[in-house]
Structure formats: C-alpha cells, structure tokens
Design a protein around this ligand. Structure first.
Ligand SMILES: Nc1ncnc2c1ncn2[C@@H]1O[C@H](COP(=O)(O)OP(=O)(O)O)[C@@H](O)[C@H]1O
Ligand SMILES: [Mg+2]
Length: 491
C-alpha cells in the first residue's frame, strides 16, 4: 500500500518524467493503471516489441504494433495533448546512444503545461542523462515488509490447499520466521516464486526448504556473475587445528545470527602459507553458521565489465546484503586489491569501495578474506575496526598433522586406526595440510596400481618423495612468520 501512496504523491506533483528502477515491471504498470483510473486519466504502455497500447488491456494478440520506434512514439506523444499517463518499458538503452530520444523527452517535459503528459520510464536500471535531470524524479518501489511476506505465504498456502483437497500446508513457527527472514530484500514477484517453490514441492515448509530458497533467491538476484553461490560448505570437523579461529567463531555465532547491529561480528582475515587450509576454513565458517556462502570473484570483477568495476562491486556487495545472513568470501584478496604496480588506479578505487562498505554495512554479512602474501596487502585493510581479527594460519604442529592424516584417511574410507599416525605426523614436519593430503593421494594411486592396500609404509614413502613448500620457499615463509608475530593472532 505504501508504494501506491508514495507513487501517487510523485505523480500528483506535476513532474513530467519519472524514472522507476524495478525488476518488477508488471507491478509498476499495475500501480500506474490504478492511479490513472483513480484520477480519470488515460493510460498507455509502450515497449519496443509491443509498441504503444492502451494500458490495462490484456488482449494477448494485439492486432498491430504501433510506434515501436522510440522516436516515433515520443513524436506522437508530443503531438497528442493529454492529460495522459505513459509507462515506457525499457527505454533505457536509447538514452545512452540516441541523442534524439533524449531531446524528444526533454521537449515533452518542457511543454508539460500545454500537454499535461506524464512519462514514467520503467527499467531494471536506468541512468537518467544529465539533460533530463531537472525534469525527472526517480522512484524506487518498496520491498515487501514482513507482514506482506507473511500474507503472501498464507495466500500461497491457501492456493495449495485448494489444489490438494483442503489439506493444510505443514509448517511450524520457527521455520516460518526463518523463511520470512530469508525472503527479506526480494521483490514481490520474486517472493511469490520463492514461496511457491517452498510450498508446492511437498505441501510443507520445513527446515530443509531453506537452503533451496536461498539458492533460488541468489539466482533471482544475480545479474553480474561476480558473486558465486558456493554449494559446498564444510564443517569445522573437517579441519584439523585452527582451534583459536574455531572458538572465536563459535563464541560469536549467536550475535551474528541475531542480526542485531550492536557488536555484530564483521569478519576476519586469514593470512598464511599456501595450502594451510585457509580456503577450507572460509567454507567451514559458513557451514558452522549454517548460512549461504558467497564467493566474490575478483577475476570476473576486473575482466568482465571494463570501466564498470566499482559499480559491479557495489552491486555485488548489495546482493550479498540481500542474502544476509551469509558469509562473503574473498579468496586471495591480495590479487584483487594489490597495492603493487600496474592497474593501480582501478584497484585503489575497488579498495576504497570495499572499505566504505565494510564501515557502513549494517546487515549480517560476515566477511572472510584470505591472503597468502602480506607484501601486496594495503595496510588500510588491516586497520582495527574494519575487520574484527587477523588470524595467522601457520604450518600445522605435530598434533594437528596427526589429525590431518586421520581426517583424510577417513575421507577416503581408509581406516585411520590401521595407520601409524604418530610416525606419519613425525615425518611431515614443515608440511602443509595440502601436502599431507597429496601424499595420501599419491600413495593411494601407487598402491592401486599394484593392487595392494594403502599402508603406513607406502604413505611414508610418498612423504619422502615430497618437497614441501616450507623447504623450497623457506625464506618467504620465515618473513611471513616474522611479520605475523605480534600483528596477528594464531588461528
Ligand atoms: N588443517 C587442515 N585440516 C584438514 N585438511 C586440510 C588442512 N589444511 C589443508 N587441508 C587440505 O588441503 C586442501 C587445500 O587447502 P586450502 O584450504 O586450499 O589451503 P589455502 O587456501 O590455505 O591455500 C584442503 O582442501 C584440505 O583438503
Ligand atoms: Mg586457498
């Protein structure tokens, strides 16, 4: 209801052009039709495919398409005194490459007193050209409130019951509030789709519907391809060590999920050697919180949309906010915002955009950034208050290496109790988790080729064949460690 009132206020204020950004074109058109009927105005819709038509007529097969060309339709409107209301759908592409279209719009706007024609430009995104700024008002539709969402759930539940001999949709209060919380931030049309999806599969809204709703919601929101929905999260049980990090996350879990802005945890940076389990840890934070994991793809951000990098980053961050509560994962962040040489200007602006967002974001979006190097990391990112903590993920100690062996044998259906885990842990000093995993994989292949079961000795042999990074790059790792000491917290 709020939308209708706000839109009426603008329409009544005698502003000739109104730009409405909305993915929900039908809803806008139906608002406009209602307004026109109330005021006794003529209402027309235009699009390049359907031309100009009387609004509100749903005849599927229009006999002919009139005024499909935007210049033609605007000439017609200029020559046809109103008062009338026009809804122009997707005229935005012509605003960037057809100066004549802009001029036509301006002519109509400047002649408003004579014509009385109001033009509403409806597009998913619309950049109003400077020439039209003074005669254009921008308007955004409100997103549905919790009450409206609940009403939509009820009405869809009734629809399902009707189709199923009056059977009731099964659900419970807790799941229902969770569903509503996950629907916040989507448009009315998208909410309908998501609610139907949750209900119509099995006539029940259960805990198991929530991940599906989240995934579909992400698909509906995603326009840029910069943010990826990671289907596979991990649990803390699949990572050995990192006890500090795990305890830190567990302590803050309730505060994060409550969504309250006070003292809400914002995020962490995981710094450490390649292969030490940082990416795995990022995934497991999402698993531990039980929320969607979204990965920001810096490569796509820089490559796909030349010159639109910051806008796309802002969109992606906004999208993440709409998915809240969620974990936003920026893997190898130094590659995205390096202070190094080349493409400096862009990555500086990207960093600025990111820092602003980190300072201002009010939603439950927990940022997990990982980095292998510090040399390239801009110091601003480390400043207190941006992120809650910087954890250093060191090479695993003896007990952790033993646990890594146990986890990875177990993962491959090899019984850990048949191995000498202590001997293996002893033999892998300086190995990363990834290197330990690789030696198991290597032993397995070798044994498979000999049709023999994997045993401790084969694994030890594989270990002996491995040259760990900590040996090959001892200096770099030493430097990283020295730097981390005192500046970071052990993970
Ligand atoms: N602490 C650990 N516990 C269990 N597995 C680990 C651990 N560290 C690394 N691994 C294994 O090594 C793989 C690669 O680690 P990854 O998380 O990609 O490291 P990083 O992101 O730090 O380079 C992981 O997927 C996991 O199988
Ligand atoms: Mg990684």
């Amino acid at each position: 209801m709020g939308d209708t009132r706000d839109l009426s206020l603008i329409l009544d204020s005698r502003i000739p052009l109104i730009a409405i950004e909305s993915p929900d074109e039908r809803r806008v058109l139906s608002h406009l039709l209602q307004f026109a009927m109330h005021r006794g105005l003529a209402f027309y819709e235009w699009s390049a495919t359907r031309g100009l038509r009387r609004g509100g007529l749903t005849s599927p097969a229009a006999p002919s398409v009139e005024f499909a060309d935007p210049s033609e339709v605007l000439t017609h409107i200029f020559a046809t005194p109103g008062p009338a209301l026009y809804g122009l759908c997707d005229i935005h592409p012509y605003l960037s490459n057809e100066p004549k279209v802009i001029r036509h719009l301006k002519d109509i706007a400047l002649d408003y007193d004579r014509l009385g024609n109001t033009l509403v430009l409806i597009s998913h995104a619309i950049a109003v050209p400077a020439e039209l700024g003074r005669v254009t008002a921008s308007f955004k539709l409100r997103l549905p409130s919790d009450e409206e969402l609940m009403a939509m759930v009820r009405s869809q539940a009734r629809a399902w019951a009707k189709l199923n001999a009056g059977r009731k949709v099964k659900t419970d209060g807790a799941t229902l509030s969770k569903l509503i919380a996950n629907l916040r931030g989507v448009t009315h049309a998208d909410a309908q789709v998501l609610i139907r999806h949750a209900i119509f599969a099995d006539g029940a809204i259960g805990e198991s519907d929530i991940p599906g709703v989240n995934r579909l919601k992400f698909d509906l929101l995603d326009a840029e391809g910069v943010l990826h929905y990671e289907h596979d999260t991990e649990s803390f049980a699949s990572i050995a060590g990192l006890d500090n990090l795990k305890a830190w996350v567990r302590l803050r879990q309730d505060a994060f999920l409550s969504g309250k802005p006070t003292d809400r945890p914002k995020g962490v940076l995981l710094l450490g050697v390649q292969g030490s389990g940082k990416s795995l840890a990022a995934k497991s934070v999402a698993g531990q919180f039980g929320v969607p994991l979204l990965r920001l793809d810096f490569g796509a951000l820089y490559n796909k949309y030349h010159g639109e990098t910051e806008r796309n980053l802002r969109n992606s961050l906004q999208q993440a906010e709409l998915m809240a509560p969620c974990v936003l994962w920026m893997d190898e962040i130094e590659k995205g915002i390096a202070v190094g040489d080349s493409d400096n200007a862009t990555s500086k602006r990207v960093l600025a955009t990111l820092l602003t967002w980190m300072a201002e974001n009010k939603r439950s979006v927990f940022l997990v950034a990982t980095a292998n190097e510090i040399a390239d990391l801009p110091p601003e990112i480390m400043r207190k208050g941006r992120l809650d903590e910087v954890f250093f993920v060191d090479l695993p100690d003896l007990a952790t290496r033993r646990e890594i062996f146990r986890i990875h044998f177990d993962k491959r259906d090899l019984d850990p109790s048949t191995f000498d885990l202590d001997a293996l842990a002893q033999a892998t000093e300086g190995f990363t988790g990834a290197e330990i995993e690789e030696s198991i994989v290597s032993a397995r292949y070798l044994c498979a080729s000999k049709d023999a079961p994997v045993c401790t000795q084969e694994t030890l042999d594989a270990v002996a064949r491995t040259y760990p990074l900590s040996v090959l790059r001892a200096d770099a790792i030493d430097r990283l460690r020295t730097w981390a000491l005192g500046r970071t917290v052990p993970a």
